[in-house]
Design a protein around this ligand. Structure first.
Ligand code: ZN
Ligand code: ZN
Length: 325
């Protein structure tokens, strides 16, 4: 698969022997404040059992984190700190629960920089280990991506966000209103990528994937909409479908939406040339009355040239934009 190739191209080597699927506990010592990391293995802990049995010893000061230990807080009253008190027991219960209750509670070791880092330092990788996170941390991923996409400098990222914004403006009025209930039905109320069930009432947990991105001038339509979890959609963003979905997923997607499979599976992005460029340009020039017109025209001309769409303009618009005299 591509992963092996990636490794060779980047020249960034992985650290041998790191068990990157393993979960770790991150523990700030109650007594000395040091960070301790304890390797747990491939199974997440059960909070209740952990409270009953854990004995986590601080490597720095030796304090034992266990429900049988007195709390080491000198400024607390003794009736709160003696292990036998109900107050201390409630403390311990919550203490072990915080460290174990969710996948997000855990830590993990990056096999590229070797650091043990909290859950949020790793990006999603479905089906990978108990935490379903990638083997390298997001910082290392940044370095790897810089090698893979050396052209994406800060300036180009800016350029690309302008392009996206202009494309979005051009498409205003071309987008259809999506019937969400119908969308949920078509996707069996599950994220198409991760298959996790989604609840239409919890609006922050799901998103409509613009399958063929607006950046390449595809409006949002019934055929161009997929149901994704918010997280999967954040990973998808502006990606061309074949960069994000597997071949099997593309086939399934075309079946469910009626989209053109050949287009979805094309290796490189294709600009939507079926769109009525004249109509879009007319609308683009009219909306947002108060924004800076010369700048707007320049940005528009650039995208029309880059996307090879100048020939699709009417003589009137060609003249208006200064493509012909
Ligand atoms: Zn300590
Ligand atoms: Zn790293």
């Amino acid at each position: 698969m591509t992963r092996r190739k990636t490794k060779n191209i980047t020249g960034l080597s992985r650290i041998e022997g790191i068990r990157y699927h393993d979960v770790w506990i991150g523990l700030i010592c109650l007594s000395c404040g040091s960070l301790n990391n304890i390797r747990i293995g491939l199974k997440l802990l059960d909070p209740k059992t952990t409270y009953e049995t854990a004995e986590w010893e601080c490597v720095k000061c030796g304090y034992l984190h266990s429900k049988n230990s007195d709390l080491p807080f000198e400024h607390w009253n003794e009736d709160f700190t003696v292990a036998e008190s109900i107050k201390a027991q409630r403390f311990w219960e919550a203490f072990f629960r915080i460290a174990t209750e969710h996948p997000e509670s855990y830590w993990k070791q990056c096999n590229t920089c070797g650091r043990i880092l909290p859950f949020s330092a790793f990006s999603k990788h479905s089906g990978w280990g108990p935490l379903e996170r990638q083997m390298e941390c997001r910082s290392c991923k940044g370095a790897i991506n810089a090698v893979l996409n050396p052209k994406r400098t800060k300036e180009q990222l800016h350029e690309s966000s302008i392009r996206r914004r202009i494309a979005d403006l051009l498409l205003e009025g071309e987008n259809e209103t999506i019937d969400m209930e119908d969308l949920f039905k078509r996707f069996d109320r599950c994220c198409f990528k991760t298959k996790q069930p989604l609840d239409s009432n919890r609006r922050d947990t799901w998103a409509v994937d613009h399958i063929l991105p607006s950046k390449w001038l595809y409006p949002l339509t019934k055929e161009n909409a997929a149901l994704l979890s918010t997280e999967a959609n954040n990973n998808k963003r502006d990606k061309w479908p074949s960069e994000f979905y597997t071949n099997n997923e593309l086939i399934e997607l075309a079946k469910r939406t009626g989209a053109d499979l050949e287009l979805l599976s094309s290796k490189t992005p294709k600009i939507n040339t079926i769109i009525n460029v004249d109509k879009c340009v007319g609308r683009y020039l009219q909306v947002r009355e108060r924004s800076h017109l010369p700048k707007r025209i320049n940005e528009l001309k650039k995208i029309l040239v880059d996307y090879n769409l100048v020939d699709k303009l009417s003589p009137g618009n060609k003249k208006l934009l200064g493509f012909i005299k």
